[in-house]
Design a protein around this ligand. Sequence first.
Ligand code: 13P
Ligand code: SF4
Length: 350
Amino acid sequence: MFDLQSMRDQLAAHYDLAPNPALAEQMADIYARMNRVVNPIEWAAHAPYVAAILELKKQRNAVILAHNYMTPEIYHGISDFVGDSLQLAIEATRVEADVIVQCGVHFMAETSKILSPEKTVLIPDMEAGCSLAESITAEGVAEMRRRYPGAPVVTYVNTTAEVKAASDICCTSSNAAQIVAAMEEDTIIMTPDQYLAQNIAQQVPQKNIVWWEGSCIVHEQYTAKDLRDFREWNPGTRLIAHPECPPDVVAEADFSGSTSGIVKYVTEEKPEKALLITECSMASNIADQLPEVEFVGPCNMCPYMKKITLEKVLWSLHTMTEPVEVDPEVAAKARVAVQRMIDLSQKLGI
Ligand code: 13P
Ligand code: SF4
């Protein structure tokens, strides 16, 4: 658990972190990437942190890999690479720096460590979890195997290293349909997201998909009625849903895809108005590059993703904490499942 006051006192002893309009002005090129969603006063408060982090990254030979749900000041201000879970995993195999700071949730940092065991992988807050990752253990995978003998286990990357190690192959929301379709067997076990599994079952009807009952606390909150009401009250708005939403929600949407699939769709289609049925930062992060699109609410916040803040990233690089460790035996097995996913995705051109 973070002692925020102690962290702040120690950071204040080393860095001048007071809001600084002059520094903010000097870093106007960075601000230009987010000025539609971050006001100048907020930017003056963020700028000293961004400057300190950019300097420390050089000193530590570190790179920052950030998920699409990070806040705009992290996404645009300090990251070296941004993307969805699949893109972040692939990037983790290519990093040349000594240190990876994972701005995302714990399973993403663990995946980076599994793929780059020789690197130091830091997560700025160990409590950045995920309701899906918490919903299943390796024993849960074993139970599914007992229930459905001979069926391969396709596990969403939103899981612990132990669960990945107990699985045959991983998937993300951008490749799940193709991975399931590529399995030889007719019955496929998907863990742990029941809604992703149900959405994939509709896309791949030739397979009998069975699932674990986990769910994402952000996406399960949306209802089909929310979408119908929104469409009625705001005609002409394009509704775009992440596949962690329940299938009746996805059925009401105009498009469904992973977070990078959402970025691609909105970038190509440029609808006049768009409602992203997903985590709040997704729309904020692409608002500046798409000035012609009006992003409308409501959205839901992921409390785990939001544990990662600029000051915790600075603390992480300052103290080189928290290093993510994975038992080497578990990591070796988990790497097989993750690498199979990466290899198959690349073979299929995803
Ligand atoms: P993506 O792989 O689509 O980025 O999703 C990860 C996630 O946690 C969504 O809730
Ligand atoms: Fe997990 Fe949902 Fe948060 Fe993604 S949005 S990290 S699936 S709880």
